[in-house]
Write a protein that binds this ligand. Structure first.
Ligand code: UDP
Ligand code: MG
Length: 132
């Protein structure tokens, strides 16, 4: 069994898509291990996205991520990290495959509804960030 972190982002909580997303995760046989509803400060968002330091979209991203409710959760499944990345689809919803979450509900490359850990190394940092 493997664990990964998913965050429901402010564009999705703002459109009342929380239940829909959790339903899709459960249908894909992810088990919900932990979850909370919170709001990030800009500094917390910047810390979470530290790997993107220096990128042109970082300021706008951290502003967006601290603009509303976020719901981080720990999900468990065999091959959870890769399977969740597959389920959410490409970063840009326009490029995300049909049937993926971002293709279905993402708005644009920034407001793409969900975050998911991209590797074991990321999950090992991102899970304790919210559930220490
Ligand atoms: N992002 C953005 N503009 C870009 C690329 C990314 O606003 O050109 C945002 C988007 O919300 C994305 C997050 O930054 O989910 C992190 O980017 P990353 O490349 O790690 O994409 P992800 O791993 O989320 O697919
Ligand atoms: Mg990423």
């Amino acid at each position: 069994m493997e664990r990964t972190l998913l965050i429901i982002k402010p564009d999705a909580t703002g459109r009342n898509l929380v239940g829909h997303i959790i339903n899709r995760l459960e249908k894909a046989r992810f088990t919900l291990v932990d979850m909370k509803l919170t709001r990030l400060t800009i500094d917390e968002a910047r810390k979470f996205y530290a790997v993107h330091e220096g990128k042109p979209f970082l300021d706008s991203l951290t502003e967006y991520m601290s603009s509303g409710t976020v719901i981080p959760m720990v999900l468990e499944k065999e091959n959870a990290i890769a399977d969740l990345r597959k389920l959410i689809g490409a970063t840009n919803p326009e490029q995300a495959e049909c049937g993926t979450l971002r293709n279905e509900i993402g708005v644009d490359v920034q407001h793409n509804s969900v975050h998911a850990s991209d590797s074991q190394e990321s999950a090992d940092v991102e899970i304790p960030f919210f559930f220490g």
